[in-house]
Design a protein around this ligand. Sequence first.
Ligand code: FOL
Length: 209
Amino acid sequence: MDRPEVSIIVAALLPSHGIGNRGKLPWRLKKEMKYFREVTTKTHDPLKKNMVVMGRNTYESIPVKFRPLKGRVNVVLSRDLDSYRKKMEQEVAANGSMLQLAGSLDQALLFVDPTKIEEIFIIGGAQLYKTALDKASHMVDRILLTEITSLEQLQLDTFLALDSTQWEKRFETELSSYLVSKGLADEFQLTGNHEGNFQYDFTLWKRKT
Ligand code: FOL
């Protein structure tokens, strides 16, 4: 059996592709977060779970009450595993274990048992997105990018490096079929969403062939 498909999921402000500021998301979008939660949690096969892979900084940016992200196998990457494991063991114990540490993305993918994991989501941050999207890697099957625009000027210090010579936005119908295949068909409006001063569209990107 081969490896499950790998998706990147990310929300970014246009046109800069800003994704964060001072270690946190620059916005609080309730329905957008619901999309993140449902897309990364829902499986077609009820016996399988999805895996979420994230860098250490991203893990620490998730509110304590929400981490590890429930209903999903969480993998946190750190180059300094020994010092981080100590600190994490407390949280792991408190939350009932669905959390693993790995030293690299490649090592994380070694944990994957395709009979138990349906899909792998890379959930950030900037460093990990960059590694995963690297020209040479070809491990990512799709990018689920929420394109946000805002009337207010936002403070941003972290950006998504999305190379449009390598990746292209696909038609809305392709995102629809993807969501239908996961049983998430009618739950989301794909374009023209707004919350507060923000507008956003859910989009799907694939590698150019
Ligand atoms: N992708 C998208 N589309 N939107 C995001 O906000 C996003 N955020 C991250 C990665 N990819 C994303 C990383 N940051 C939570 C918090 C921060 C975070 C990711 C997840 C979090 O607390 N999630 C909970 C839901 C919390 C809630 O309902 O308010 C979860 O169960 O997923």
